[in-house]
Write a protein that binds this ligand. Structure first.
Ligand SMILES: [Zn+2]
Ligand SMILES: [Zn+2]
Length: 138
């Protein structure tokens, strides 16, 4: 099956659907369903952090690209290789059946995260790869 070009998909999303679009929609539906998500080890290797009130996402009033809610102090976020941040619960759920960033569509599975055992955070604290998720309260 040939994936639908993005232009076709956005065209479908931006105009009224007619009867003739039925096959396209079917294919689009299959295309979405066929996505397997990305390997769990890659998901778990993505850098996470707990938001401090001085974090730029709080200050800027940025929103999570999955649930479109703002970020709150002490929430845990996960940052994709394209630098888009999301709530951990949101992006983990998203990545179980998608392999692309929900904001810009960049493919996540192709990015090597090797070597990022611990990620240096902007505030100077180091967050270990394991254990952080369990401390996070949505
Ligand atoms: Zn979210
Ligand atoms: Zn992105």
């Amino acid at each position: 099956m040939t994936p639908l070009p993005n232009a076709v998909i956005s065209d479908l999303q931006n105009r009224d659907i007619s009867d003739g679009d039925y096959d396209l929609l079917l294919q689009l539906d299959r295309q979405v369903t066929d996505e397997d998500g990305i390997p769990a080890n890659i998901i778990h290797n993505l850098p996470t952090q707990v938001l401090q009130e001085s974090h730029r996402l709080i200050i800027d009033g940025s929103n999570c690209g999955v649930c479109l809610q703002g970020f709150q102090t002490h929430q845990c976020i996960k940052t994709l290789p394209c630098q888009h941040p999301f709530h951990i619960t949101c992006i983990d759920t998203w990545l179980t059946n998608h392999s692309q960033c929900p904001v810009d569509g960049s493919y996540i599975g192709s990015v090597s995260t090797a070597g990022s055992v611990a990620t240096l955070q902007p505030n100077g604290h180091t967050v270990a790869r394991s254990g952080t998720v369990h401390h996070c309260v949505k």
